[in-house]
Design a protein around this ligand. Structure first.
Ligand SMILES: C=C(O[C@@H]1C=C(C(=O)O)C=C[C@H]1O)C(=O)O
Length: 443
């Protein structure tokens, strides 16, 4: 189906839901038609999607406002018969930059794309709900009901199978050599010292040739085992690519007027022993450089939320421990002054200085001029929103785009005046680990 590109959406959604005896999540995802979607976040229902009831795409500086208008027109007058948990949602995300370049491996990823899946399965506690959605020009409540019954039978007969092991890596290629990295970091640090900007996040990409095609549901299931507290996501455009990851960074969630976000910046490794781990955590908590890098993120998020908020609550700075790294983390919550759509908050916050820099325009200029590859949807918002404008978005880090036997991994680091190229290089390698560990075989 051609995505809708105009604001003149003349059709509406027809949606029906049924309760399921909960099928296994990974098998449900594997059973879905492409394009598939997965969203798993701490304290939120897991959602699996498959197929397209409707897709909305947009590019340029107004891309989020345009997506929002098209979605509102589709939800307006929608024929939805679903309990709250099963309500239809748009899933998708954005490119890091406002315009899509069309360069590989991102050729099929527009600057913004959101899809209401034809089939959506929500896992909420012990319950599961299947929702089937179509456009009213293409289906009516009866045909949607027939499809619901058919899919229910398929899902309820799925067996739970352990995920397949890593596909194995036969070759790898870096977009950035050690020498080029040194040059780029030195140049960025000189500009920061000269006062042109305060912080910039530079990234690298790693192309990995696999021994066999990697199945996204298996990769995500294994990532869930190692990174249970992270947001796991899968988005697929038209074509054969899958963009997935297990990210520790929530961009923003909105429920009613309650906002949850946070600052995550400043990184160190994990220790081999408890003592070494604690020592590393204390070094990070006491590091002037990392605290400065972190403070720029926390303060910018607070400033971006201030005009929209009746109250902002900034929690205590602490350590967020993941299997491979630990980060400085500050929880930030807010209560909005008036009703807002989550896409407006995404627009206000992206890119935070955790993935862009400060001031944002200068940092984006350095990123565009320096990085020899296209970030695509890496480090950009991925998530979902509903008819009320509630929703939840993560920053697509610790991620890769996978197609057949090629996976491209992305990782970046925040640079400030006293950043050291070698230490930052090592940090990039650590940030590849979550996805790379699921691709490499131990033998
Ligand atoms: C840019 C990435 O991570 C971001 C940068 C961090 C840092 O520089 O310390 C820490 C967490 C993230 O905000 C990445 O994982 O690719």
């Amino acid at each position: 189906m051609e995505p809708l590109r105009t604001d003149e959406v003349g059709t509406h959604l027809v949606s029906r839901s049924v309760r399921l005896s909960a099928p296994p999540v990974s098998a449900s995802l594997a059973a879905m038609q492409r394009p598939r979607a997965l969203w798993t976040a701490p304290d939120e229902p897991t959602v699996v999607g498959g197929g397209v009831a409707v897709a909305v795409e947009a590019d340029g500086p107004e891309r989020l406002a345009r997506v929002r208008r098209s979605a509102a027109a589709l939800f307006d007058g929608a024929d939805v018969d679903a309990p709250d948990a099963a309500r239809p949602r748009f899933f998708g995300g954005l490119a890091f930059h406002e315009e899509a370049t069309g360069r590989d491996p991102w050729a099929d990823f527009p600057a913004a794309r959101f899809v209401v899946p034809e089939a959506q399965v929500v896992f909420d506690g012990g319950d599961a709900w299947l929702t089937v959605t179509a456009l009213d020009g293409e289906a009516d409540a009866d045909t949607v009901g027939d499809r619901l019954a058919e899919l229910r039978e398929t899902l309820e007969s799925l067996d739970d199978a352990p995920p397949e092991g890593p596909p194995g890596v036969s070759d790898r290629h870096r977009t950035t050599s050690v020498e080029a990295w040194h040059e780029s970091v030195d140049a960025a640090v000189s500009r920061i010292r000269a006062g042109d900007l305060q912080k910039v996040v530079l990234a690298q990409a790693l192309e990995v040739e696999l021994d066999r095609p990697a199945a996204a549901p298996d990769l995500l299931a294994r990532l869930g085992g190692t990174y249970p507290d992270c947001h796991r996501f899968l988005v697929e455009p038209n074509g054969g690519a899958s963009f997935l990851g297990a990210t520790p960074e929530r961009l923003v969630s909105l429920r009613g007027r309650e906002v949850e976000t946070g600052a995550l910046a400043g990184t160190t490794g994990r220790g081999d022993t408890d003592d070494e781990d604690e020592w590393l955590a204390n070094e990070l908590l006491g590091s002037e450089k990392d605290n400065h890098e972190h403070e720029l993120v926390a303060e910018t998020i607070r400033e971006q939320l201030a005009p929209l908020s009746a109250e902002i609550r900034v929690g205590d700075r602490g350590i967020r421990k993941l299997a491979t790294v630990q980060h400085l983390w500050t929880p930030i919550d807010a209560t909005l002054e008036r009703d807002e759509h989550v896409l407006s908050l995404v627009d206000a916050l992206h890119p935070t200085p955790a993935v862009g820099g400060l001031p944002p325009a200068a940092a984006l200029g350095v990123i565009r001029d320096t990085e020899p590859f296209d970030r695509g949807w890496y480090a950009a918002p991925v998530g979902w929103f509903d008819a009320d404008g509630d929703g939840s978005f993560a920053v697509a880090l610790r991620s890769a785009i996978v197609e057949e036997t090629l996976a491209t991994l992305f990782a970046g680091v925040g640079l400030v005046a006293d950043s050291d190229p070698d230490a930052e290089w090592d940090e990039v390698q650590l940030k590849y680990r979550p996805v790379l560990d699921e691709l490499e075989r131990d033998d």
